[in-house]
Design a protein around this ligand. Structure first.
Ligand SMILES: Nc1ncnc2c1ncn2[C@@H]1O[C@H](COP(=O)(O)OP(=O)(O)O)[C@@H](O)[C@H]1O
Ligand SMILES: [Mg+2]
Length: 289
């Protein structure tokens, strides 16, 4: 009996130690133009990373347009507003969504960040700092364009994912955004996602076009993380207030997000795991789940 209790204690302790020692990747998801699919991408990317074994937090940082909770069909009791007003701690406002995904809702009080006193701002930063080491990935879903807050998030994050669609207006706005950030001398590692591509070719052509221009005129590397096809299931899932990776697990958009997540984590793609011992183990693992 004692042995069992001891084993259990050790198990819990080790689990806690593991959780403490995570290296957190802080990622900002942004775009030049609005409505390109940032929030849907952030949410479903987060769910997929979690399915691949990572602990993830989605932080709704879209000022005035916070809607991650709406996309999940979850109503949030506490949000960023309560943290900023120092009514709640960071752990009070972290909530669990579908598949246990941790998220922080944006709420309506976000503009208050601008009027905070230095003391309140420090308190806010300290609370955010507590998240470090607790997650493998923290995703900030920001608003479109460059607001003061978005610049703050971009400069604080290690990686910034820029989402664009193949439409020329979206491409030029994405380029303008990268150019503005570059001009501020903020050290940022940009990555590109092309959303709503008609097919593989359009996805690749769009990514190549922006990368080339960024390289030539901004001396900025802009590696592509991949593309998500235009898929009617995305809109259907939004109407059902369910993430599309949950509502339509086999749809094209879901499969694309899975490829992107594997690329992001530097894991082998499913197709590569098709043969050999690796493929065998992979299939066995899948079957036993
Ligand atoms: N891959 C996609 N295929 C089809 N429609 C999409 C796709 N991504 C986004 N959409 C549509 O665009 C709308 C806006 O997406 P959203 O994630 O809210 O954009 P943003 O956060 O950039 O404003 C969605 O409600 C959906 O109808
Ligand atoms: Mg959004």
């Amino acid at each position: 009996m004692n042995d069992q209790a001891e084993a259990l204690r050790n198990l819990v302790k080790n689990k806690m130690l593991q959780e403490e020692s995570r290296t957190t990747r802080v990622v900002t998801v942004t775009s030049g133009k609005g409505g390109v699919g940032k929030s849907n991408f952030s949410l479903n990317f987060a769910i997929t990373l979690q399915r691949l074994g990572k602990k993830v937090l989605v932080f709704d940082a879209d000022i005035g347009m916070a809607n991650i909770d709406v996309l999940m069909g979850v109503s949030s009791t506490y949000n960023l507003y309560h943290l900023l007003k120092q009514e709640k701690t960071i752990w009070d406002i972290v909530q669990a969504g579908p598949e246990g995904l941790n998220f922080i809702a944006g709420g309506s009080g976000f503009k208050d960040l601008l009027d905070l006193s230095q003391e309140q701002l420090d308190g806010f930063a300290e609370e955010i700092g507590k998240l470090h080491g607790k997650y493998d990935v923290i995703l900030f879903d920001t608003g479109a364009g460059l607001s003061k807050e978005t610049v703050k998030f971009i400069s604080a994050a290690q990686e910034t994912i820029v989402v664009t669609t193949p439409e020329p207006t979206s491409i030029t706005d994405a380029y303008a955004l990268i150019k503005m950030v570059k001009a501020m001398n903020v050290e940022v590692s940009f990555k590109l996602i092309v959303n709503r591509a008609a097919d593989n070719r359009e996805g690749k052509q769009t990514a190549d076009k922006i990368s080339l221009v960024a390289q030539r005129f901004l001396q900025s590397e802009l590696p592509s993380l991949g593309f998500v096809p235009d898929d009617p299931n995305v809109s259907k899932a939004v109407k059902r207030q369910q993430p599309f990776t949950i509502a339509y697990p086999g749809c094209d958009a879901t499969l694309a997000i899975e490829r992107i997540a594997r690329q992001f984590l530097d894991l082998p793609q499913d197709s590569e795991a098709g043969g050999g011992v690796k493929g065998f183990l992979h299939k066995m693992f899948k079957l036993s789940r």
